[in-house]
Write a protein that binds this ligand. Structure first.
Ligand code: NAD
Ligand code: UDX
Length: 457
């Protein structure tokens, strides 16, 4: 049997880890990951991988140069592949028609055109990127514009991994979704992709659907998850007014098996490269298909999220005598969630920018995201320092704003931190991570999310 060759175009947060796990679990396939970005490919080939993801290094070390290769030679990769996964970025459009909502599909289209240019036989092309429903139709038109008359099969196989837990999510997925055309050729292509995952995923977890259901399911899954966070965050505002406690409310509500306990943590808001972009894309699609009420319904999830970050800064100001001008504020955590260095759409960006507008002086610490934080705040005006050591960040600070739920923050010596700070010392826990009673007893004025503040005034 000849070795099947898989190519993945796009060596990012999805393409990188996904292909590493496929290579690990399917030694009979040869996998190449290509990207236009030479630096990124060089990093994948080095000891310093371009992204931080727990467990990733070990998987890459097992497979690299065995059946997993990283390269910038896109034409060769396309020519040799039997199956091509497309995992390029699909950000929100920033210009022209649909700016601020629609997905920018230029990278996807360039990839499709590269396939047309370099392929000299028909192939299975798998949409791994998150895409607007019916993108496969456009993909098919571009691919079938090839002058050689080659036949391609388009498959939708959206990725559900979450950053920080990507390897576990890939190794033990709740489900794998594979959509294809309802023709005999389409069904055969579905089976080819099913055969890859069946190497480690139980068959009953591999769901097959038509193309459009698969494309839309990805947007819907992210919209439903983000909606839970916005719903809980909206209630956290009401809790702060009524002395109800959001943790008690969500724990009790989540015990209803129809609701479920997961994804009900109040926070400063959701971040990450997916939720906002995918809901806005859904909003755009609803508008495009003439469904303005549906569009407005989902848009509110994003509005509530922006409100939550603004509300957090508003609470800081109100607590600190309505001014933070010239006050040092220690920012603990900048990544959009724990266990990643990714800061894309992190709520920390909005919080820091609003504090800078109030002329606060920021001392930012994050265990993995300082490099990205620097880039995010490159154009922000004001007094900002980046601290490798959390104790440097809190020195002389009037307040701490905890913005990411890094476990290491639980283990900090808060007595020492209290001594290093200006008094009265304020702590705003944007993730409800810490032991608030203990902090209060040390002397802090503690402001959690959706819970009564513990203050010495
Ligand atoms: P990313 O920006 O980290 O990676 C995309 C890569 O594609 C980049 O390295 C870029 O250089 C490369 N690229 C762009 N155009 C190219 C071209 N024409 N030829 C070759 N390479 C090209 O993006 P990501 O976070 O990996 O996301 C990729 C897709 O997966 C998006 O559609 C995203 O919505 C989706 N997704 C992301 C996540 C996540 O957690 N990040 C989870 C599920 C799905
Ligand atoms: C998300 C989806 O979970 C994943 O399935 C999809 O493939 C990509 O988008 P990701 O953005 O990596 O994954 O992280 P996720 O764990 O979903 O968290 C998103 C944001 O919501 C983070 O900022 C997180 O802190 C926040 N969040 C999550 C909450 O505020 N409360 C919660 O209860 C859960």
């Amino acid at each position: 049997m000849t070795t099947k060759k898989i190519l993945c175009i796009g060596a990012g947060y999805v393409g990188g880890p996904t292909m590493a796990v496929i290579a690990d679990r399917c030694p009979q396939y040869q996998i190449t990951v290509v990207d236009l970005n030479e630096k990124r490919i060089a990093a994948w080939n080095s000891d310093e991988l371009p992204i931080y993801e727990p467990g990733l290094e070990e998987v890459v070390a097992r497979c690299r140069n065995r059946n997993l290769f990283y390269s910038t030679d896109i034409p060769k990769g396309i020519r040799e592949a039997d199956i091509i996964f497309v995992s390029v970025n699909t950000p929100t459009k920033t210009f022209g028609c649909g700016a601020g909502r629609a997905a920018d599909l230029q990278y996807l289209e360039k990839t499709a055109r590269a396939i047309v240019e370099y392929a000299d036989e028909g192939k299975i092309v798998v949409e791994k990127s998150t895409l607007p429903v019916r993108t496969a139709q456009a993909m098919s038109r571009i691919l079938h514009s090839n002058p050689k008359g080659l036949k391609f099969q388009i498959i939708s196989n959206p990725e559900f991994l979450a950053e920080g837990t990507a390897i576990n999510d890939l190794e033990n997925p709740d489900r794998v979704l594979i959509g294809g055309m309802e023709t005999p050729e389409g069904q055969r292509a579905i089976e080819e992709v099913v055969a890859i995952y069946a190497n480690w995923v139980p068959r009953e977890r591999i769901i097959t659907t038509n193309l459009w259901s698969s494309e839309l399911t990805k947007l819907v899954s992210n919209a439903l998850l983000a909606q839970r966070v916005s719903s809980v965050n909206s209630i956290s505002a009401l809790c702060e007014k009524t002395e109800a406690n959001i943790n008690e409310v969500t724990a009790a509500a989540g015990r209803d098996s129809r609701i479920g306990a997961k994804f009900l943590k109040a926070s400063i808001g959701f971040g990450g490269s997916c939720f906002k972009k995918d809901i806005l894309n859904l909003v755009y699609l609803c508008g495009y298909y003439g469904l303005p009420e549906v569009a407005e319904y989902w848009e509110q999830v994003v509005r509530m999220n922006d409100y939550q970050a603004r509300r957090f800064v508003g609470n800081m100001l109100a607590a600190m005598f309505n001014t933070v001008a010239d006050k040092k504020i220690a920012i603990l955590g900048f990544a959009f969630k724990a266990n990643t260095g990714d800061t894309r759409e992190s709520p920390a960006i909005a919080v820091c920018c609003q504090l800078l507008e109030e002329h606060a002086r920021l001392r930012i610490h994050d265990p993995k995201a300082l490099g990205n934080a620097r880039l995010d705040l490159e154009d922000a005006e004001g007094d900002i320092s980046y601290c490798e050591d959390p104790y440097d960040a809190v020195k002389g600070a009037h307040a701490i704003a905890l913005l990411t739920e890094w476990d290491s923050f639980r283990k900090l010596d808060f007595r020492r931190i209290y001594d290093l700070m200006e008094k009265p010392a304020f702590l705003f826990d944007g993730r409800n991570l810490l032991d608030h009673r203990k902090l209060y007893e040390i002397g802090f004025n503690v402001y959690p999310i959706g819970q009564k503040a513990l203050t010495h005034f």
